[in-house]
Write a protein that binds this ligand. Structure first.
Ligand code: GDP
Length: 247
């Protein structure tokens, strides 16, 4: 049975002022366009069309909130790497995405979807490197794993784990297939832990975190703060030397 079975579409957010105020814990889903992000959200929610709301005209460039439970949300971010005017991309990043990812205190971590056949692109690396400054965990779903042989799966997971370890010490990686529904229990275990859900006894292998082997990355901050309560320190940390995935 799906851990995220009661997920419903909640709202589309185009401006920081419109972020839900009742959220205590949320997970953002990011990834290159076409990586399989919508399919992964649908699979985790056991709902065939849910995240396609995010593909509807007028909603593709915004944050789409899916409600799990009281105060708990999955947040679908716009796919990156899609050809758009640089000025438009920068405006979207600076006006909404960057401040959301850096300052949203309810954000527990980032689920990053990569096509397992083309993982860890430059934009994916920039995203991990940039988000790592928040100190929050990242869980990578290597999607479309059904398109790889067992040998290729073993190779890709090893190389991506090595790659992300150079960028973040709070990044775990797993294989995932929406088509075959593989990797669902493992993803639920990691994301459910971040959300503080009762994940029960799971037979899934623990997600390996770059850094100490066999450790599941958990969010460090659990304190609930309003948007206005963001600290100047965090702002400073975000600004330096890091390149967001916008070009
Ligand atoms: P998004 O743009 O990242 O939201 O990607 P989508 O979820 O829309 O998926 C892009 C394409 O990849 C679609 O044609 C999906 O049917 C396909 N796709 C997504 N996940 C899988 C998967 O696990 N296996 C296979 N074989 N195809 C997938």
């Amino acid at each position: 049975m799906s851990l995220f079975k009661n997920v419903t579409f909640h709202t589309t957010v185009a401006s920081l002022n419109d972020l839900p105020t009742d959220s205590v814990c949320e997970i953002a889903f990011a990834g290159r366009s076409n990586a399989g992000k919508s399919s992964a959200i649908n699979t985790l929610a056991n709902h065939s069309r849910l995240a396609f709301v995010s593909k509807m005209p007028g909603r593709t460039q915004h944050l789409n909130y899916f409600r799990l439970d009281d105060g708990k949300y999955l947040v679908d971010l716009p796919g990156y790497g899609f050809a758009k005017a640089p000025a438009e991309i920068r405006a979207q990043w600076e006006g909404l995405l960057a401040p959301y990812l850096i300052h949203r205190s309810a954000l527990a971590g980032l689920a990053l979807i990569m096509d397992s056949r083309h993982p860890l692109t430059d934009l994916d690396r920039q995203m991990i490197d940039w988000f790592a400054q928040t100190g929050k965990p990242i869980h990578v779903l290597l999607s479309k794993a059904d398109k790889l042989t067992r040998t290729e799966q073993a190779q890709v997971i090893r190389s991506v784990r090595e790659g992300v370890a150079t960028l973040s010490d709070r990044c775990s990686v797993q294989l995932f297939s929406s088509l075959k529904h593989t990797g669902v229990a493992e993803a639920e275990k990691v994301l459910g832990t971040w959300l503080g859900l009762d994940i029960g006894e799971s037979e899934a292998a623990p997600a390996v975190v770059s850094g100490p082997p066999g450790k599941v990355a958990r969010p460090r901050q659990r304190k609930v703060q309003g948007w206005a309560a963001r600290s100047a320190g965090k702002e400073k940390a975000a600004a330096k030397n890091k390149k967001p995935p916008v070009a």
